[in-house]
Design a protein around this ligand. Structure first.
Ligand code: PMP
Length: 382
């Protein structure tokens, strides 16, 4: 007798139906090169992805090194351009050293898993990015999750531990709503209790701190012992890639132990060239983050939102279907805004996430704010 096997992946249809029924089905927006839409959904806060010097540097890097880095960093995937960028990043951030990964996601996963393992404690802020959460899960350390910015809870978790080594992980600017975490207080708690503090500055570099050096620099903590910075080249720097910055010993340890560094092909030369040139643009124009902050203020005021602490303006809709409809309303009017639903945000807090750009005129921002306001009214969120 022959056995008839049903498709072992038939459960995918049931899963898709359940996701769709909850209004949480996802489809990537496909941008066309000829689109004239105003993009307020990107993380290109300073508009550097289209800066002529950044584009030229990407092209020059491809000319010099080719389209790919051709292997993992530890084989032949490290070019002189990678090292120059790392040195410049470390100098910019006020750390001894930096190590570039091929994405911010991999930088976080690599840093967390290299710094904590079985027998260690990680205290993770609920606002921490998914890549930090995944690092915690992969680490096999005991993980205690504390409410956003709850310094007392972190102190309690650290003080009550049996583990010798502990790591506290947080974003400096929470990616969903753009609020700033209490980094100085968190560092104080970690330092007092013998723990390392890892701060993800993905949304802070280019946005906050002196010349866009981030919240750690704003708190006067650049280069502080026991402080690890992670970040990305994919947001304000308009390119791609991630990094970890801290002591030279940390850099060496990551090279030896971070699996997402060791087993991943090195960041492509175009991205290295672009990111490094973007850092140069930021260094040459330390006013850029201030221009961004004024644009954010103008947009927030025009849309009737409280002034955010970063480039992110989060407008709560509540229901996921209504949030998608509000984003579609904007898209139909040539305006791209982010739409965040569970699992990216807690249930009942689906929202439009608008990211302001320094390269847009304030008058443009005020007119697009009117479209966003109309969209929110059209779906009954106002
Ligand atoms: N950290 C934070 C806070 C982020 O928002 C993101 C990107 N969404 C990442 C890390 C991951 O960076 P990348 O996109 O470069 O992988």
């Amino acid at each position: 007798m022959t056995t008839v096997h049903t498709d072992p992946l038939s459960w995918l249809d049931d899963e898709a139906a359940a996701i769709a029924a909850a209004g949480l089905h996802r489809t990537p927006l496909v941008r066309s090169a000829s689109s004239t839409a105003i993009n307020l959904a990107s993380n290109d806060y300073l508009g550097l992805s289209r800066h002529p010097a950044v584009i030229a540097a990407a092209q020059a890097a491809v000319g010099a090194w080719g389209a790919g880095s051709t292997s993992s960093r530890l084989v032949v995937g490290t070019t002189a351009a990678h090292i120059d960028f790392e040195d410049d990043l470390a100098d910019f951030l006020g750390t001894e050293a930096a190590l570039v990964f091929s994405s911010g996601y991999l930088a976080n996963v690599g840093a967390v898993t290299a710094l904590a393992g079985r027998g260690d404690l990680i205290v993770s802020d609920t606002g921490a990015h998914a890549s930090l959460i995944d690092g915690c899960r992969l680490s096999r350390a005991r993980v205690v999750v504390t409410e956003r910015g709850d310094v007392d809870a972190i102190r309690r978790a650290l003080a009550g531990r049996d583990e010798r080594r502990a790591l506290v992980v947080t974003d400096s600017i929470y990616s969903i709503d753009g609020e700033v975490a209490p980094i100085a207080e968190l560092y104080g708690a970690a330092h007092d209790l013998g723990a390392t503090l890892l701060v993800d500055e993905a949304h802070a570099v280019g946005v906050r701190g002196p010349g866009g050096r981030g919240v750690v620099a704003e708190c006067g903590l650049s280069g502080a012992p026991g402080l690890v910075i992670t970040g990305v080249a994919s947001k304000s720097l308009g390119a791609q890639g991630g990094f970890v910055a801290g002591s030279a010993a940390l850099r060496g340890h990551l090279i030896d132990r971070a699996r997402s560094f060791i087993f991943d092909t090195g960041l492509n030369p175009a991205a290295v060239g672009a990111a490094h040139a973007a850092l140069g643009v930021l260094r040459a124009d330390p006013e850029l983050p201030n221009t961004l902050r004024s644009s954010v203020r103008a947009f927030a005021e025009a849309v009737g939102a409280h002034t955010p602490q970063s480039a992110v303006v989060s407008l709560i809709v509540g229901d996921p279907v209504a949030a998608v409809a509000a984003a579609a309303y904007c898209r139909d009017r040539d305006l791209l805004v982010g739409c965040f639903r569970p699992p990216s945000v807690p249930a009942g807090t689906s929202r439009l996430r608008v990211t302001v750009r320094a390269d847009l005129e304030p008058t443009t921002l005020v007119s697009v704010a009117a479209v966003v306001d109309e969209a929110l009214r059209a779906v009954g969120a106002r």
